[in-house]
Design a protein. Structure first.
Length: 417
């Protein structure tokens, strides 16, 4: 079996703090960045928005980015009109209407639908007379750019508070201490700009999802009678897709005690509509296609864990998920603690990955021993599991060949669709 390294990419998300009147961080604005040192975005429009969403919600993680605080995310007209999906729950972000968006009847109707679904709206870089006044009744925040407005214009904008007391005003692009002082005196409630803090770039390593699989999965999800097992099969066949779906569940499950034990359970929890939305954004974000042989090793490792577990009476889905994350961590060069610690995994999967304990821990140890040509593991922690694994003996090679055959067949099936 070859040991070709799957394509690994660094993803970057910029974040800039938004402060309250007491000087505490109240929220963050998330920004697209294409490198750790980038000061501005080089990609624009739906591409940048999609990449921010995918990176923030399925790679870096909202908890790491914002620590439970609201996140402001710029949206282009495509998202506001419903032509592109907003895949996360309303409580996870504030949706910013960019100043470049033309506000017409369709746009107002699209924003109204988002508000009905529970999303919070902010008007970015608001200027009087731009037509964005039509959204005052739907918005919760109005952001005012200090670099592109005069003091008189800023006072005029704030005068709308009498007619719209529900609006909160954010002073942005505050470049000097004098700007901050003026914003406080005028009565702004939130503050953002270089005078307070510059954007920081958060970087995380991830595997690139196969564009081929994403396209096939998206087509499958468009069918009215899509079978859940088929969706699980395709997601499981791509390590990047699997990890991102688990991470998406982690975001969806924030604040709950729910834990998932397998990719299958993650797919069930997200539902086909949410998965379709995420896959759409991954494709728009121009994620690089990974070749089939680039992910062969990781799939064989995960499938071998499944086969060994099932041969000893253990649950195959949980073993596959543990094996997949175990291999992904190695390929990304991350400690398993850093990877598994971000995910809402069931206790048996976490224990196997983090401590090597339990029956699944024995499966992982046995597979590692076979792959590295070392002696079979011994442990007092799970005698039943070890006894079953020890009974396989020379059949491990047969199981590995079966796992390799499965990975090859899966790749061929995806290519033919």
């Amino acid at each position: 079996m070859s040991h070709v390294i799957p394509e690994v990419a660094d993803v970057h998300v910029g974040r800039q703090a938004i402060y309250d009147r007491q000087g505490d961080i109240a929220a963050f604005e998330l920004l697209f960045r294409n490198s750790p040192g980038a000061r501005s975005a080089t990609n624009g429009g739906a591409l940048a928005t999609s990449q921010v969403m995918v990176a923030a919600f399925t790679t870096v993680g909202l908890e790491e980015l914002a620590g439970g605080r609201p996140c402001f995310i710029n949206l282009t007209a495509d998202f506001l009109l419903g032509e592109l999906p907003v895949p996360f729950a309303p409580e996870h972000a504030v949706l910013e209407v960019l100043e470049t968006v033309e506000v017409d009847d369709r746009l107002v109707a699209g924003v109204a639908k988002l508000v009905e679904r529970g999303y919070v709206i902010a008007l970015d870089d608001f200027v009087s007379g731009s037509g964005h006044e039509r959204l005052f009744g739907l918005a919760s925040y109005v952001k005012v750019d200090f670099l592109s407005t005069t003091a008189a214009q800023r006072r005029a904008i704030l005068d709308v508070r009498a007619a719209h007391p529900h609006l909160r005003f954010v002073a942005e692009r505050l470049e000097t201490a004098a700007d901050v002082t003026e914003a406080h005196k005028l009565g702004f409630e939130l503050f953002q700009g270089y005078a307070l803090s510059r954007p920081a770039v958060v970087t995380a390593r991830t595997l690139s999802a196969s564009r081929l699989r994403c396209v096939h999965l998206l087509g499958l999800l468009m069918a009215p009678d899509v079978g859940l097992d088929r969706v699980v099969s395709i997601v499981s066949s791509d390590p990047a897709l699997s990890y991102r779906m688990l991470q998406a569940v982690n975001t969806a499950a924030t604040g709950t005690a729910h834990r998932v034990s397998s990719v299958h359970e993650a797919v069930v929890m997200l539902g086909t509509a949410q998965i379709r939305n995420w896959v759409t954004l991954m494709l728009i974000g121009d994620l690089t296609e990974a070749g089939e042989e680039q992910t062969a090793d990781i799939l064989v490792h995960a499938q071998l864990c499944r086969l060994i577990a099932e041969s000893t009476g253990l649950a195959g889905d949980e073993a596959f998920t543990a094996g997949l994350l175990d291999a992904v961590a190695g390929l990304l060069g991350l400690p398993i603690e850093a990877l598994a610690g971000k995910l809402p995994l069931a206790a048996m999967v976490r224990d196997a990955l983090l401590h090597g304990t339990g029956a699944l821990g024995d499966v992982l140890a046995a597979v590692h021993a076979h792959e590295h040509g070392t002696a079979s593991p011994t442990s007092a922690g799970s005698a039943v599991g070890l006894a079953g694994i020890a009974g396989i003996g020379g059949d491990m090679v047969v199981q590995q060949l079966a796992a390799l055959a499965w990975a090859t067949k899966t790749a061929q099936a995806i290519r033919s669709n």
